[in-house]
Design a binder for this molecule. Structure first.
Ligand SMILES: [Zn+2]
Ligand SMILES: [Zn+2]
Length: 270
């Protein structure tokens, strides 16, 4: 009788290689921790940890090089005494498991990060745009309310269609603006925009010039984008200020005139 093969163990090490270890899957969890101790200890915006049963972690070399630091009344962090790499965190509150720094491993584990812990303690320059749950509070793992709890809106514009006399030429033009090319065929083009919107290009007769495009474009930095377009030979108009926004115009090979403006999203994740 054969039983399913156990997943292969994953090996890890510190930066200098003095401390080497092996973890036996399955892991217990995997998450990003934004707490101030993790940030300071690693010199990083946040640290990605996974949990493993204590018996699933074997130190295979350099156990004598491991140093321990009591970072809280109930927790200890271990690091390499030669290179300083942080490797493990243990808590007396959960004596049967060890947290391991995911970045110290040589290969993948059995799950992706699934949450942000201590999200309300994050560095204010941290820009998180994923859809993972944002947890915090005193425990670090309580669901948050208010703006901290928000993830991106759940719907967005799927496809925008545009006619162009020469779809491949139009694809090249829109790619030069910063869109990602998905398809470029004689009779069809497809590009991808931030947020996941697709721009579909179909053959159509040339338009009277100065036809306004049925959509406008937002960019992070209008001045930098204008300078980039000038450098690329795209001939944008001068930057002007209308009653609401600073904008410039750009003629597309389809005959459309595109308005480009700085992002004025809410400042929350989109
Ligand atoms: Zn080391
Ligand atoms: Zn932490």
């Amino acid at each position: 009788m054969s039983s399913p093969a156990a997943p292969a163990p994953v090996h890890g090490a510190c930066l200098c290689g003095a401390v080497r270890f092996r973890v036996e899957l399955p892991t217990l969890f995997c998450a990003h921790c934004h707490c101030s101790m993790c940030r300071r200890n690693h010199g990083a915006a946040f640290v990605t940890w996974f949990g493993i049963a204590r018996e699933g972690l074997q130190i295979t070399a350099g156990a004598d090089a491991l140093r321990r630091y009591r970072s809280s009344p109930h927790g200890e962090r271990s690091f390499c005494g030669h290179c300083g790499s942080s490797l493990f965190c243990e808590s007396e509150r959960q004596p049967d498991h060890v947290d391991v720094v995911l970045a110290s491993l040589d290969g993948p584990i059995d799950r992706a990060p699934s949450a942000h812990f201590y999200f309300d303690s994050r560095a204010d320059w941290t820009d998180v745009r994923d859809d993972l749950p944002r947890l915090g509070g005193a425990s670090g793992v309580t669901p948050l309310g208010g703006p901290d709890a928000e993830i991106r809106p759940g719907v967005w514009v799927g496809h925008v269609a545009l006619g162009a006399p020469d779809p491949p030429a139009a694809v090249d033009f829109f790619a030069s603006l910063g869109m990602r090319v998905i398809e470029r065929r004689p009779e069809f083009g497809l590009l991808e925009l931030r947020g996941g919107t697709h721009l579909a290009l179909f053959p159509a007769a040339a338009l009277a010039s100065d036809t306004a495009a049925p959509f406008d474009l937002m960019v992070d930095d209008l001045d930098a984008t204008h300078a980039r377009f000038v450098a690329a030979g795209l001939e944008p108009s001068a930057i002007q200020t209308n009653p609401f926004h600073r904008i410039f115009m750009l003629s597309a090979p389809s005959g459309h005139v595109l308005t480009v403006q700085s992002s004025h999203a809410s400042g929350r994740p989109v």
